[in-house]
Design a protein around this ligand. Structure first.
Ligand SMILES: Nc1ncnc2c1ncn2[C@@H]1O[C@H](COP(=O)(O)OP(=O)(O)OP(=O)(O)O)[C@@H](O)[C@H]1O
Ligand SMILES: [Mg+2]
Length: 405
Protein backbone atom coordinates (compact mmCIF):
# COMPACT_ATOMS: atom_id res chain seq x y z
CA UNK A 1 0.00 0.00 0.00
CA UNK A 2 2.58 2.57 -0.93
CA UNK A 3 1.21 4.59 -3.82
CA UNK A 4 -2.47 4.95 -3.02
CA UNK A 5 -3.91 8.22 -1.78
CA UNK A 6 -3.93 8.25 1.99
CA UNK A 7 -6.74 9.87 3.98
CA UNK A 8 -6.18 11.10 7.52
CA UNK A 9 -8.78 11.44 10.27
CA UNK A 10 -7.79 13.57 13.28
CA UNK A 11 -10.01 13.46 16.40
CA UNK A 12 -9.15 16.34 18.72
CA UNK A 13 -10.73 15.10 21.96
CA UNK A 14 -10.63 16.21 25.58
CA UNK A 15 -8.76 13.12 26.78
CA UNK A 16 -7.04 11.91 23.62
CA UNK A 17 -5.91 13.24 20.26
CA UNK A 18 -6.30 10.36 17.82
CA UNK A 19 -5.02 9.91 14.30
CA UNK A 20 -6.15 7.28 11.83
CA UNK A 21 -4.68 7.22 8.34
CA UNK A 22 -6.35 4.92 5.86
CA UNK A 23 -5.67 3.83 2.32
CA UNK A 24 -7.45 1.82 -0.32
CA UNK A 25 -5.64 -0.51 -2.73
CA UNK A 26 -8.29 -0.08 -5.40
CA UNK A 27 -11.71 1.49 -5.79
CA UNK A 28 -13.67 -1.65 -4.81
CA UNK A 29 -11.45 -2.72 -1.95
CA UNK A 30 -12.02 -1.96 1.70
CA UNK A 31 -10.34 0.90 3.51
CA UNK A 32 -7.41 -0.30 5.58
CA UNK A 33 -5.48 1.54 8.26
CA UNK A 34 -1.88 2.41 7.42
CA UNK A 35 -1.25 4.29 10.65
CA UNK A 36 -3.12 4.64 13.90
CA UNK A 37 -2.02 6.30 17.13
CA UNK A 38 -3.18 8.56 19.94
CA UNK A 39 -1.67 10.81 22.58
CA UNK A 40 -2.99 12.22 25.84
CA UNK A 41 -4.51 15.65 25.17
CA UNK A 42 -3.18 18.92 26.51
CA UNK A 43 -4.73 22.34 25.82
CA UNK A 44 -8.31 21.12 25.42
CA UNK A 45 -11.02 21.88 27.98
CA UNK A 46 -14.35 20.09 27.68
CA UNK A 47 -13.89 19.57 24.00
CA UNK A 48 -12.81 23.15 23.25
CA UNK A 49 -9.28 23.89 22.07
CA UNK A 50 -8.11 26.55 24.50
CA UNK A 51 -4.38 26.33 23.81
CA UNK A 52 -3.84 25.79 20.07
CA UNK A 53 -0.04 25.84 20.42
CA UNK A 54 0.01 22.86 22.80
CA UNK A 55 -2.54 20.98 20.72
CA UNK A 56 -0.52 21.68 17.59
CA UNK A 57 2.63 20.21 19.20
CA UNK A 58 0.78 16.95 19.85
CA UNK A 59 -0.65 16.84 16.32
CA UNK A 60 2.83 17.45 14.88
CA UNK A 61 4.32 14.69 16.98
CA UNK A 62 1.61 12.23 15.86
CA UNK A 63 2.06 13.10 12.18
CA UNK A 64 5.84 12.95 12.48
CA UNK A 65 5.44 9.38 13.78
CA UNK A 66 3.07 8.66 10.89
CA UNK A 67 5.67 9.93 8.42
CA UNK A 68 8.39 7.80 10.00
CA UNK A 69 6.19 4.71 9.84
CA UNK A 70 4.63 5.10 6.41
CA UNK A 71 7.31 7.11 4.59
CA UNK A 72 4.52 9.28 3.17
CA UNK A 73 3.84 12.86 4.04
CA UNK A 74 0.27 13.77 4.91
CA UNK A 75 -0.69 17.29 3.85
CA UNK A 76 -4.33 17.43 4.70
CA UNK A 77 -6.66 16.03 7.37
CA UNK A 78 -10.35 15.57 8.15
CA UNK A 79 -10.74 16.86 11.72
CA UNK A 80 -13.46 17.69 14.22
CA UNK A 81 -14.98 20.63 16.03
CA UNK A 82 -15.97 19.84 19.57
CA UNK A 83 -17.03 21.69 22.71
CA UNK A 84 -19.98 23.13 24.55
CA UNK A 85 -19.84 26.39 22.53
CA UNK A 86 -21.29 24.55 19.52
CA UNK A 87 -24.98 24.99 18.74
CA UNK A 88 -27.57 24.27 16.07
CA UNK A 89 -30.33 26.48 14.64
CA UNK A 90 -33.17 25.71 12.29
CA UNK A 91 -33.53 27.90 9.24
CA UNK A 92 -35.94 28.20 6.36
CA UNK A 93 -35.55 29.42 2.78
CA UNK A 94 -38.23 30.32 0.27
CA UNK A 95 -38.03 31.32 -3.41
CA UNK A 96 -40.34 31.45 -6.40
CA UNK A 97 -39.57 28.91 -9.10
CA UNK A 98 -37.94 30.87 -11.89
CA UNK A 99 -38.80 29.03 -15.12
CA UNK A 100 -42.01 29.82 -17.00
CA UNK A 101 -42.84 26.08 -17.16
CA UNK A 102 -42.46 25.93 -13.31
CA UNK A 103 -40.03 23.01 -13.51
CA UNK A 104 -37.56 23.28 -10.60
CA UNK A 105 -33.96 23.63 -11.79
CA UNK A 106 -30.60 23.31 -10.02
CA UNK A 107 -30.46 27.09 -10.08
CA UNK A 108 -33.70 27.26 -8.03
CA UNK A 109 -32.25 24.76 -5.53
CA UNK A 110 -29.10 26.86 -5.18
CA UNK A 111 -31.15 30.01 -4.64
CA UNK A 112 -33.36 28.46 -1.97
CA UNK A 113 -30.33 27.03 -0.13
CA UNK A 114 -28.68 30.46 -0.30
CA UNK A 115 -31.85 32.04 1.10
CA UNK A 116 -31.90 29.57 4.02
CA UNK A 117 -28.28 30.42 4.86
CA UNK A 118 -29.12 34.03 5.71
CA UNK A 119 -29.22 33.55 9.48
CA UNK A 120 -28.88 36.38 11.93
CA UNK A 121 -27.17 35.44 15.16
CA UNK A 122 -27.65 37.22 18.48
CA UNK A 123 -23.93 37.72 19.05
CA UNK A 124 -21.09 38.88 16.82
CA UNK A 125 -18.80 36.32 18.42
CA UNK A 126 -20.72 33.43 16.96
CA UNK A 127 -20.66 32.07 13.45
CA UNK A 128 -22.32 29.39 11.35
CA UNK A 129 -19.91 26.91 9.77
CA UNK A 130 -22.09 24.14 8.37
CA UNK A 131 -25.60 23.52 7.01
CA UNK A 132 -27.61 20.33 6.52
CA UNK A 133 -30.82 20.36 4.47
CA UNK A 134 -33.68 18.51 6.18
CA UNK A 135 -36.44 18.68 3.57
CA UNK A 136 -37.65 20.65 0.59
CA UNK A 137 -41.24 21.78 0.24
CA UNK A 138 -42.77 22.33 -3.20
CA UNK A 139 -45.97 24.35 -2.86
CA UNK A 140 -47.72 22.32 -0.12
CA UNK A 141 -45.89 19.02 -0.71
CA UNK A 142 -43.52 18.38 2.22
CA UNK A 143 -40.74 15.88 2.88
CA UNK A 144 -39.06 16.11 -0.53
CA UNK A 145 -35.36 15.16 -0.62
CA UNK A 146 -34.64 16.17 -4.23
CA UNK A 147 -36.98 18.70 -5.82
CA UNK A 148 -35.10 18.89 -9.17
CA UNK A 149 -37.48 18.37 -12.08
CA UNK A 150 -40.66 18.69 -9.98
CA UNK A 151 -43.22 21.30 -10.93
CA UNK A 152 -44.32 24.06 -8.59
CA UNK A 153 -44.58 27.77 -7.89
CA UNK A 154 -42.92 28.03 -4.48
CA UNK A 155 -39.79 26.16 -3.43
CA UNK A 156 -38.93 26.06 0.28
CA UNK A 157 -36.23 24.31 2.29
CA UNK A 158 -35.71 23.59 5.98
CA UNK A 159 -32.10 23.32 7.05
CA UNK A 160 -30.20 22.70 10.27
CA UNK A 161 -27.32 25.14 10.62
CA UNK A 162 -24.39 24.44 12.94
CA UNK A 163 -22.37 27.15 14.62
CA UNK A 164 -20.04 27.97 17.46
CA UNK A 165 -17.97 30.71 19.07
CA UNK A 166 -15.70 32.16 16.41
CA UNK A 167 -12.59 32.31 18.57
CA UNK A 168 -12.88 28.67 19.65
CA UNK A 169 -13.52 27.55 16.07
CA UNK A 170 -10.44 29.55 15.08
CA UNK A 171 -8.40 27.80 17.79
CA UNK A 172 -9.19 24.40 16.28
CA UNK A 173 -8.25 25.57 12.80
CA UNK A 174 -5.08 27.16 14.15
CA UNK A 175 -4.04 23.96 15.94
CA UNK A 176 -4.37 22.05 12.64
CA UNK A 177 -2.80 24.68 10.37
CA UNK A 178 0.10 25.40 12.74
CA UNK A 179 0.96 21.71 12.52
CA UNK A 180 1.74 22.20 8.84
CA UNK A 181 -1.49 20.51 7.77
CA UNK A 182 -4.46 21.73 5.83
CA UNK A 183 -7.98 20.95 7.01
CA UNK A 184 -9.82 19.34 4.09
CA UNK A 185 -12.91 19.54 6.25
CA UNK A 186 -13.93 20.13 9.86
CA UNK A 187 -17.13 18.52 11.14
CA UNK A 188 -18.66 18.20 14.59
CA UNK A 189 -17.71 15.03 16.47
CA UNK A 190 -21.13 13.29 16.53
CA UNK A 191 -21.56 13.69 12.77
CA UNK A 192 -18.21 11.99 12.29
CA UNK A 193 -19.09 9.29 14.84
CA UNK A 194 -22.46 8.78 13.12
CA UNK A 195 -20.70 8.08 9.82
CA UNK A 196 -18.82 5.20 11.45
CA UNK A 197 -21.49 3.68 13.69
CA UNK A 198 -24.93 4.31 12.16
CA UNK A 199 -26.44 2.48 9.20
CA UNK A 200 -28.45 4.20 6.49
CA UNK A 201 -31.50 2.28 7.65
CA UNK A 202 -31.16 3.54 11.25
CA UNK A 203 -30.86 7.12 9.95
CA UNK A 204 -33.87 6.59 7.74
CA UNK A 205 -36.11 5.20 10.54
CA UNK A 206 -35.09 7.74 13.20
CA UNK A 207 -32.18 7.43 15.60
CA UNK A 208 -30.27 9.50 18.17
CA UNK A 209 -26.54 9.11 18.54
CA UNK A 210 -25.20 10.06 21.96
CA UNK A 211 -21.40 10.41 22.05
CA UNK A 212 -20.20 10.25 25.66
CA UNK A 213 -16.65 11.54 25.65
CA UNK A 214 -14.41 12.69 28.46
CA UNK A 215 -15.33 16.38 28.56
CA UNK A 216 -18.63 16.63 26.73
CA UNK A 217 -21.46 14.50 25.45
CA UNK A 218 -23.14 15.34 22.20
CA UNK A 219 -26.34 14.33 20.55
CA UNK A 220 -27.10 14.04 16.83
CA UNK A 221 -30.61 13.02 15.76
CA UNK A 222 -31.38 11.65 12.30
CA UNK A 223 -34.67 11.00 10.56
CA UNK A 224 -35.50 10.16 6.95
CA UNK A 225 -31.78 10.11 6.33
CA UNK A 226 -31.23 13.74 7.41
CA UNK A 227 -29.67 15.34 10.47
CA UNK A 228 -32.61 16.97 12.26
CA UNK A 229 -31.09 18.04 15.59
CA UNK A 230 -27.74 18.55 17.28
CA UNK A 231 -27.06 19.52 20.88
CA UNK A 232 -24.18 19.48 23.31
CA UNK A 233 -24.52 18.26 26.89
CA UNK A 234 -21.74 19.76 28.99
CA UNK A 235 -21.18 16.63 31.10
CA UNK A 236 -19.37 13.41 30.29
CA UNK A 237 -17.14 10.67 31.69
CA UNK A 238 -14.63 13.04 33.32
CA UNK A 239 -17.47 14.22 35.56
CA UNK A 240 -18.03 10.63 36.68
CA UNK A 241 -14.36 10.42 37.65
CA UNK A 242 -14.70 13.70 39.58
CA UNK A 243 -17.83 12.46 41.35
CA UNK A 244 -16.04 9.24 42.33
CA UNK A 245 -13.00 11.12 43.64
CA UNK A 246 -15.31 13.09 45.94
CA UNK A 247 -17.49 10.15 47.02
CA UNK A 248 -14.53 7.84 47.68
CA UNK A 249 -12.33 10.65 49.03
CA UNK A 250 -9.52 9.73 46.73
CA UNK A 251 -7.29 11.22 44.05
CA UNK A 252 -8.60 11.72 40.49
CA UNK A 253 -6.15 9.22 38.97
CA UNK A 254 -7.28 6.55 41.43
CA UNK A 255 -10.95 7.37 40.81
CA UNK A 256 -10.30 7.06 37.05
CA UNK A 257 -8.69 3.64 37.55
CA UNK A 258 -11.59 2.43 39.69
CA UNK A 259 -14.11 3.65 37.10
CA UNK A 260 -12.36 1.85 34.24
CA UNK A 261 -11.46 -1.36 36.09
CA UNK A 262 -14.50 -1.82 38.30
CA UNK A 263 -17.17 0.67 37.20
CA UNK A 264 -20.72 -0.47 36.40
CA UNK A 265 -24.12 1.14 35.99
CA UNK A 266 -26.57 -1.32 37.56
CA UNK A 267 -26.31 -2.91 40.98
CA UNK A 268 -27.89 -6.24 41.88
CA UNK A 269 -27.32 -8.65 44.73
CA UNK A 270 -25.42 -8.15 47.95
CA UNK A 271 -23.17 -5.18 48.54
CA UNK A 272 -19.52 -6.15 48.69
CA UNK A 273 -16.51 -4.22 49.89
CA UNK A 274 -13.83 -3.73 47.25
CA UNK A 275 -10.24 -2.92 48.00
CA UNK A 276 -7.62 -1.53 45.67
CA UNK A 277 -3.94 -0.83 46.22
CA UNK A 278 -2.87 2.77 45.81
CA UNK A 279 0.66 4.06 45.25
CA UNK A 280 0.75 5.79 48.61
CA UNK A 281 0.57 2.37 50.27
CA UNK A 282 -2.86 2.88 51.84
CA UNK A 283 -5.41 0.45 50.33
CA UNK A 284 -8.69 2.13 49.39
CA UNK A 285 -11.84 0.33 50.52
CA UNK A 286 -15.21 1.15 48.98
CA UNK A 287 -18.56 -0.50 48.43
CA UNK A 288 -19.80 -1.84 45.08
CA UNK A 289 -23.16 -0.25 45.72
CA UNK A 290 -21.73 3.22 46.27
CA UNK A 291 -19.65 2.93 43.08
CA UNK A 292 -22.72 2.09 41.00
CA UNK A 293 -24.79 4.78 42.73
CA UNK A 294 -22.29 7.52 41.87
CA UNK A 295 -21.75 6.37 38.27
CA UNK A 296 -25.43 5.84 37.49
CA UNK A 297 -26.46 9.18 39.03
CA UNK A 298 -24.21 11.12 36.66
CA UNK A 299 -25.16 9.01 33.64
CA UNK A 300 -28.84 9.54 34.42
CA UNK A 301 -28.16 13.31 34.47
CA UNK A 302 -26.58 13.04 31.02
CA UNK A 303 -29.44 10.88 29.72
CA UNK A 304 -31.96 13.31 31.27
CA UNK A 305 -30.41 16.22 29.35
CA UNK A 306 -30.42 14.15 26.16
CA UNK A 307 -34.09 13.33 26.72
CA UNK A 308 -34.91 17.04 27.13
CA UNK A 309 -33.29 17.67 23.75
CA UNK A 310 -35.42 14.91 22.20
CA UNK A 311 -38.52 16.47 23.79
CA UNK A 312 -37.65 19.80 22.13
CA UNK A 313 -38.13 18.12 18.74
CA UNK A 314 -40.94 15.80 19.96
CA UNK A 315 -38.89 12.69 19.33
CA UNK A 316 -38.59 11.31 22.87
CA UNK A 317 -41.06 8.50 22.08
CA UNK A 318 -40.74 8.17 18.36
CA UNK A 319 -37.28 7.00 17.37
CA UNK A 320 -37.73 3.45 16.03
CA UNK A 321 -33.97 2.86 15.82
CA UNK A 322 -33.64 4.23 19.36
CA UNK A 323 -30.50 5.53 20.99
CA UNK A 324 -26.98 4.59 19.92
CA UNK A 325 -24.38 5.24 22.61
CA UNK A 326 -20.80 5.78 21.55
CA UNK A 327 -17.54 7.43 22.70
CA UNK A 328 -15.25 5.70 25.21
CA UNK A 329 -17.54 6.94 28.00
CA UNK A 330 -20.11 4.39 26.80
CA UNK A 331 -17.84 1.47 27.73
CA UNK A 332 -19.18 1.17 31.28
CA UNK A 333 -20.73 -2.27 31.89
CA UNK A 334 -24.57 -2.34 31.92
CA UNK A 335 -24.86 1.17 30.48
CA UNK A 336 -27.31 -0.16 27.85
CA UNK A 337 -29.65 -1.47 30.55
CA UNK A 338 -29.55 1.85 32.41
CA UNK A 339 -30.21 3.83 29.22
CA UNK A 340 -33.09 1.57 28.14
CA UNK A 341 -34.80 2.06 31.50
CA UNK A 342 -34.36 5.83 31.26
CA UNK A 343 -35.30 6.43 27.61
CA UNK A 344 -37.84 3.62 27.16
CA UNK A 345 -36.40 3.13 23.70
CA UNK A 346 -34.11 0.56 22.09
CA UNK A 347 -30.48 1.25 23.03
CA UNK A 348 -27.28 -0.20 21.57
CA UNK A 349 -23.58 0.60 21.70
CA UNK A 350 -22.30 2.16 18.48
CA UNK A 351 -19.14 0.40 17.34
CA UNK A 352 -17.21 1.81 14.39
CA UNK A 353 -17.46 -0.20 11.16
CA UNK A 354 -16.18 0.23 7.64
CA UNK A 355 -12.40 0.17 8.10
CA UNK A 356 -10.82 -3.26 7.91
CA UNK A 357 -9.00 -4.36 11.04
CA UNK A 358 -9.67 -1.30 13.21
CA UNK A 359 -10.92 -2.23 16.65
CA UNK A 360 -14.68 -1.82 17.12
CA UNK A 361 -13.99 0.33 20.17
CA UNK A 362 -16.65 3.06 20.63
CA UNK A 363 -13.80 5.39 21.62
CA UNK A 364 -12.61 5.12 17.98
CA UNK A 365 -15.97 6.13 16.51
CA UNK A 366 -15.11 9.79 15.80
CA UNK A 367 -11.67 9.20 14.27
CA UNK A 368 -12.98 6.32 12.12
CA UNK A 369 -15.90 8.48 11.00
CA UNK A 370 -13.53 11.29 10.04
CA UNK A 371 -11.45 8.93 7.90
CA UNK A 372 -14.64 7.53 6.32
CA UNK A 373 -16.02 11.02 5.60
CA UNK A 374 -12.66 11.85 4.04
CA UNK A 375 -12.87 8.78 1.85
CA UNK A 376 -16.47 9.68 0.84
CA UNK A 377 -15.34 13.20 -0.09
CA UNK A 378 -12.42 11.91 -2.16
CA UNK A 379 -14.70 9.48 -3.97
CA UNK A 380 -17.23 12.27 -4.68
CA UNK A 381 -14.39 14.36 -6.13
CA UNK A 382 -13.27 11.48 -8.36
CA UNK A 383 -16.73 10.61 -9.64
CA UNK A 384 -17.58 14.30 -10.07
CA UNK A 385 -21.15 14.79 -11.25
CA UNK A 386 -22.84 18.11 -11.58
CA UNK A 387 -25.93 17.16 -9.59
CA UNK A 388 -26.12 19.69 -6.80
CA UNK A 389 -27.76 17.27 -4.39
CA UNK A 390 -24.96 14.76 -4.78
CA UNK A 391 -22.52 17.49 -3.93
CA UNK A 392 -24.72 19.35 -1.54
CA UNK A 393 -22.31 19.46 1.36
CA UNK A 394 -19.55 20.91 -0.81
CA UNK A 395 -21.98 23.44 -2.23
CA UNK A 396 -23.16 24.45 1.22
CA UNK A 397 -19.61 24.76 2.43
CA UNK A 398 -18.45 26.86 -0.47
CA UNK A 399 -18.88 30.07 1.49
CA UNK A 400 -17.16 28.60 4.53
CA UNK A 401 -13.68 27.78 3.30
CA UNK A 402 -11.39 26.73 6.09
CA UNK A 403 -8.91 29.48 6.70
CA UNK A 404 -7.90 31.88 9.40
CA UNK A 405 -9.17 35.36 8.59
N1 LIG B 1 -13.29 0.95 29.72
C1 LIG B 1 -13.82 2.12 30.10
N2 LIG B 1 -14.84 2.15 30.99
C2 LIG B 1 -15.38 3.32 31.36
N3 LIG B 1 -14.97 4.53 30.95
C3 LIG B 1 -13.96 4.56 30.08
C4 LIG B 1 -13.33 3.37 29.60
N4 LIG B 1 -12.35 3.72 28.74
C5 LIG B 1 -12.36 5.07 28.68
N5 LIG B 1 -13.32 5.57 29.47
C6 LIG B 1 -13.62 7.00 29.71
O1 LIG B 1 -14.00 7.60 28.49
C7 LIG B 1 -13.57 8.96 28.47
C8 LIG B 1 -12.88 9.22 27.17
O2 LIG B 1 -13.80 9.08 26.13
P1 LIG B 1 -13.40 9.55 24.65
O3 LIG B 1 -12.06 9.00 24.33
O4 LIG B 1 -14.55 9.22 23.77
O5 LIG B 1 -13.29 11.12 24.90
P2 LIG B 1 -12.58 12.26 24.07
O6 LIG B 1 -12.95 12.10 22.64
O7 LIG B 1 -11.14 12.33 24.42
O8 LIG B 1 -13.28 13.54 24.71
P3 LIG B 1 -14.46 14.50 24.20
O9 LIG B 1 -15.18 13.79 23.09
O10 LIG B 1 -15.31 14.73 25.39
O11 LIG B 1 -13.76 15.73 23.76
C9 LIG B 1 -12.62 9.14 29.64
O12 LIG B 1 -13.22 9.97 30.63
C10 LIG B 1 -12.39 7.74 30.15
O13 LIG B 1 -12.30 7.70 31.55
MG1 LIG C 1 -14.68 12.60 21.53
Amino acid sequence: MSKEKLIAGLDIGTSRIRVLIVGQKSEDEALEPVFQDEEVSVGIRNGTVINPERVSEIIQSLFYKAYQETGQKINSVYANYNGSHLFSVQSHGLVSVSRANQIISEEDIKRVLDAAQAISLPSKNREIFDHYPKEFIVDTEKGIKNPKGLQGIRLEVDILALGGFSSYLRNTKKAVLDSGLEASDLVISPIAAARAVLTESQKESGVALLDIGAGISSLAVYEEGSLIHFAVIPMASKNITGDLAIALKTRLDIAERIKIEQGACIFRGKDKKQEIETEDGEPLVFSDKLLVKVISARLLDIFGEAEKELEKISKEKSLPAGIVLTGAGSKLPKIVRLAKDKFNLPVIIGKPKGILGVSEDPGMATVCGLALLGSDAERAKRTGGSDILKNISSFLKKGFKIFIP
